[in-house]
Design a protein around this ligand. Structure first.
Ligand code: PLP
Length: 394
């Protein structure tokens, strides 16, 4: 859709769900901020102060929120800690945290930190097939003694999209706080965090938002929680217009901005500044349509030509994020062999090959070519030459 706006590497890039490609606008905004540093030095803060807040209106559109409900800050895990510190208040009768066995491990580490801190427990919803979750199993976990549930929008392994609207409703009925990890959906599909009544959400911007490696992540805090004072306070979450009065007590900035802690990396924000320009050129509804077109096509091709690969991503469009995952006992070797042929997929232990045809820059022809190369690799078993490397070196 906007391929020309991106600096496309040689070959075929299908790893935008891990690290999105550099857009020309992000390069430009990063260069501009670098130039400001070189020429203005500390005076650069006159334009850098409030930079995160200036991105909120555009960011909010991507997650279905009001501008004050979002802020670009930190990274997923750090943001999750900050939000858990505030939102997780276990009592004798409502004390457990629930997550799933298929969550990204760093989220689970963060949750464990807090259950260990309070001497409570983390309950994990397990998967029947090892790759996806059922509505019944998730709903079953919404028990009265649960204080907080964290769910991903899209599972990083299989690409399954969860029905967050449904779970947010259930959470409200049960007085459970629902937090969401939207790492694999922001920039790829539509959200309505405000209307769904999600309590809080975290995401990164180095995947589908294409803001650059380690770019500033984002948080959503529903307006109904604006009265909450951040448990992890820092001067960047202080009311902006009085922060330089250097008062010894904390007065929080209204909205999600209160959850900022430290001075943000301006260069990490600059990448996001540019990438949000790209998202102003196309509607997120059209991005989702194109993404579904690409993933549907890829799954059809795989089913037709690569029967050795087991598709673990739901075929139902309403249950699918932006990537397609397949299972193969030699997934690791296949990923290395594809890379040798200048096709960049993604591998996740132990046997998942992930491919993300990104709406903004991938094409149908690239998917044809990828499947063609995979067929050849499976026929010739040429990928086996990486066996030694995988067993002895990595
Ligand atoms: C779903 C998910 N959650 C959390 C993380 C961790 O993100 P961060 O390194 O920004 O803390 C990642 C990283 O890729 C992820 O994919």
């Amino acid at each position: 859709m906007l391929r020309e706006d991106f600096i496309y590497p040689e070959g075929i890039y299908l790893d935008g769900n891990s690290l999105g490609l550099a857009s020309r606008s992000s390069i430009k905004t990063i260069e501009n901020r670098l130039k400001e540093w070189q020429t203005l030095a500390v005076n650069g803060w006159t334009s850098w102060f409030g930079l995160s807040e200036s991105l909120s209106a555009d960011l909010a559109k991507l997650v279905g929120a009001m501008p004050e409900e979002v802020i670009a800050t930190g990274g997923i895990t750090a943001n999750l800690h900050a939000l858990l510190a505030t939102f997780y208040k276990p009592t004798d009768t409502k004390k457990y945290i629930v997550a799933t066995t298929l969550d990204f491990p760093s989220d689970l580490y963060a949750l464990q930190s807090w259950t260990q801190h309070y001497g409570t427990e983390l309950r994990l919803i397990s998967s029947r097939d090892g790759y996806t979750l059922t509505d019944e199993d998730i709903e079953e976990a919404f028990q009265d003694d649960v204080a907080l549930i964290l769910l991903p929008t899209v599972l990083y392994g299989s690409g399954q999209l969860l029905d967050i609207k449904r779970y947010a409703k259930l959470a409200q009925e049960k007085s459970i706080i629902l937090g969401v990890d939207a790492a694999h959906s922001v920039g790829a599909l539509t959200h309505a965090f405000h209307d769904w009544n999600v309590d809080f959400a975290v995401w990164c911007s180095y995947k589908y938002l294409n803001a650059g490696p380690g770019a500033c992540g984002g948080i959503f805090v529903h307006e109904k929680h604006f009265h909450r004072i951040p448990a992890l306070k820092g001067w960047w979450g202080h009311q902006k217009h009085t922060v330089f009065k250097m008062r010894p007590y904390f007065t929080h900035e209204p909205g999600a901005a209160a959850f900022q802690i430290s001075t943000p990396s301006i260069l990490a924000l600059a990448g996001l500044e540019g990438s949000l320009e790209e998202f102003k050129k196309v509607n997120i509804i059209d991005i989702r349509k194109r993404s579904l077109e690409l993933t549907t096509y890829l799954m059809e091709l795989i089913a037709q030509h690569l029967p050795e690969l087991e598709i673990i991503t739901p075929r139902n469009e309403e249950r699918r994020g932006g990537h397609v995952s397949v299972r193969h006992v030699h997934a690791r070797l296949l990923s290395l062999a594809l890379r040798e042929r200048n096709i960049v997929p993604d591998y996740r232990s132990p046997d998942i090959l992930r491919m993300a045809p990104v709406a903004l820059y991938n094409t149908i022809l690239e998917l044809d070519e990828t499947v063609h190369v995979l067929r050849e690799l499976l026929d010739t078993k040429a990928y086996m030459k990486f066996q030694y490397q995988v067993t002895h070196i990595v």
